[in-house]
Design a protein around this ligand. Sequence first.
Ligand code: ADP
Ligand code: MG
Length: 671
Amino acid sequence: MDETALTSIKGIGPSKAAKLTKLGLISLSDMLSYAPVGYIDLSNVREISSLADGETAVISVALDRDPVTVRLRGGIGMVSLYCSDATEKIRISYFNQTYRAKQFTKGYSFMFYGKINRSRGASMTNPMCIKEGEGIIPVYKTVAGVSQTNLRDIAKKALESLGSQMQETLPDSVRTRYTLCTREYATRNIHFPISGEALMRAKMRFEFERFVTYFYMVKRYRKEREQQKGVNLNATTILEDYEGCLSFDLTDAQKRVINEIARDISGDRPMGRLVQGDVGSGKTAVAMFLIYAAVNAGRQAVFMAPTEILAEQHYNNLKTIFGDKACLLRGGMSVAEKRASLENIRTGKCLAIAGTHALLSQDVEFFDLAAVITDEQHRFGVSQRAALEGKGFVPHTLIMSATPIPRTLALIMYGDLEVSVIDELPPGRKPIKTFLVRPNKRDDMYRFIENLAKDGKQTYIVCPAVEQNDEITDMRSAEEVYDELKPALCVPVGILHGKQKAQVKAQTIERFREREIMVLVSTTVIEVGIDIRNATVMVVENAERFGLSQLHQLRGRVGRGSEESYCFLMYEKMSDTATERLKTLASTCDGFEIAKKDLELRGPGDFWGTRQHGEADFSWFSELCDVKLVKQASECVELILSDDELYDDMRVLLDSAVSSYYMGKDRITLN
Ligand code: ADP
Ligand code: MG
C-alpha cells in the first residue's frame, strides 16, 4: 500500500504528525482502517424555536449584523455573531478564536452544529461551523493538538488517493452468498457515509470480517490444543474438603459445574471450559475450586481480573483460604511490593495468584502454572488464551462469563471451549425492585437514598462519563453528580472512576466496603464483579445510554444477599427501543430473558453512536448487530476450512492475520 506521509496534507506539519503517531497514524493508508467512534448527522437541520435548552443540533441561519469582536477581562477575545432563522434569533459566540470574525459576513447564511443554551435568549458557544452538503460526518478518537477537522481531512485525502486501489479480501462467492458490500464501499462509507443505510452496510461488512477472523482463530486454536498435554490434578475426590473452606453450602448447580471441572482436570488433556452464570450466581466459588485443586496438588493457579478493583477482591478471597500462599499483582503497587510478589511467584512460595490481565500478561515468570482463570471472558481474548504455552504442557483454562447468551450461540462464540452453565441462584435472593425515574423525581430519590444510608444501607450511582464532554452534552458525568450530591446529602459521598490512580481507586472501594462512604458515585468501572453485600441501591444515570445486558450487570451489583434491594434507572429523552430496554429490565431480573430480549432489540439501527459512552468499555459482543451475522460468519469459516480451492487466498490471508494477531499480543511466559 501507499506509504505517503501525512505531512503531505495541508495543515499537517511535523509536530502534528508526531501527535498523529500516538494514534497509530503514520502514513495515509493507516487512516483507512482508523474507524470513527461515532457520527454526527448534519443533514438534519432544525428550527431554532423547536430546540429545547441543552439540545445539540444543526441550525441554518443568516447573519443579521457583521461579527462583533470584544476583549474580555483576562485578554480573551470573543467574537459574537447575531443571527436568525425564520423562527427565532440566536447569538453565537466564539472564545479565543478572533480569526473567526473574518469568516462571516452580514447577509450570508451559515450552518452551525452545537448545543443550545436558553438561559438568556437563545445562544450557542463555540459551535462547529459546517459547510452546506455535509451529511453524516465522522467523529474520531483523538489526542490533544489534533482536531476532528484534521482527521477528517486526512480521511478524505486517504480515500481520494487510495480508495480505488484497495484490495478486496472476500471472494466474490462469499460476498454474494452473504450479501456483503465491497471493501472499498465499506471503507468509504465507514468514514463518510452517504446515508444511514450505507453506514450500516459498511459496518456489517467489517463485523463479518472480524467474526470470520475470530472464528478462524478459535477453530484453529481448538485443533492445536486438542493435541497438547495438560496436568493431571487428581481432583475428583476433593470437593468435600473444598466445601469445608467456604462459609456457605454450594448450590446444586455450583456442585454440578465443579464436578465437570474436576473431571476435566483429572486427565491428561488441558481443560478449556467456559462457565456461564447469571450475575450473582456464585461463579467465584466455582472458580476458586480450580485454584484449590491446583494448590492441593502443589502447583500454581492464577485468577485474572479485568480491573484492579476486582483483582484486589479476588486476592482477599484467596487469602481467606490459602493464607500466605496467596499473592496479588496489580497496577499501583509499590515497586517493593511488586518485586516481592514476582519473586514469590517465581520461586513457588505463592501458589494462588490474583492479578489484572495487564500485569499478568507482562513477563511474569511462574514456578509451575497449572491453571488459569479469567473472570469476565469478554475482556480476555482467545489470542491470549493461545499465548499460554507452558514447558511441555498447557495449563487448564477456565473462563467465567456473566453474559448469559443462548447456548447455541455460546457454542459458536466460544467454539474452542466446553460450556457449563450455573442455572440457579443461591437461596434467599429477592428480586431487585426496579424503577424508571424521571429527572423531576431526583430529589425524592436522593431523600430515599439518604434515609436508607442512615439505616446503614449503601448506594452506587453510576454515570456514563467521568467528566463533562463538549460533544455529548446531554450526559451526566460522575464529577458533576458528585459535586451536586456532596453538599446535598448529609451522609458521606465518594467518587470512583477509571481516570483515578490505582491507589486512590483501591482506597475508595475499601472505604466503601468499610462503610465510611455510604453513597458511591462511579462510572462503569464497577460494572463487573464487585461484591459488596451491604450495598442495596443502584442508581444508573442516563440509563437510556446503556445496553440491556450492561444494565443487568450494573444492577447485579446489588441484591447479593437477602436484603431488599432497589435499582433506579434515570432517563431523559428516549428512543422507543431505549424505552423498551428499560421496561424489560424493570419487568425481570432473569439474565437469560434479558439477553434474549437484548438480541431481539439490537437492530442494526443501534449502530448509531453505540460507542459514544464516555468511559464505558463495550465488548465486541455487545456491539454485535445480530445473531444472523455471527451464524453466517461461523458457517463461512467452515467453508474456508473445507479445503475448497475457492478459498485458498482467504486461508492465506487469515493465517497471516491470525499470526500477526498472536504476535501483537503480550505473551505469558511460563517456566
Ligand atoms: P458472580 O456469579 O456474579 O460472580 P459471586 O461469585 O460474586 O457472583 O457471588 C455473589 C455472592 O453470593 C457473593 O457474596 C458470594 O459469597 C455469595 N454466594 C456464592 N455462592 C453462594 C451459595 N451457594 N450460598 C450463599 N451465598 C453464595
Ligand atoms: Mg463475578
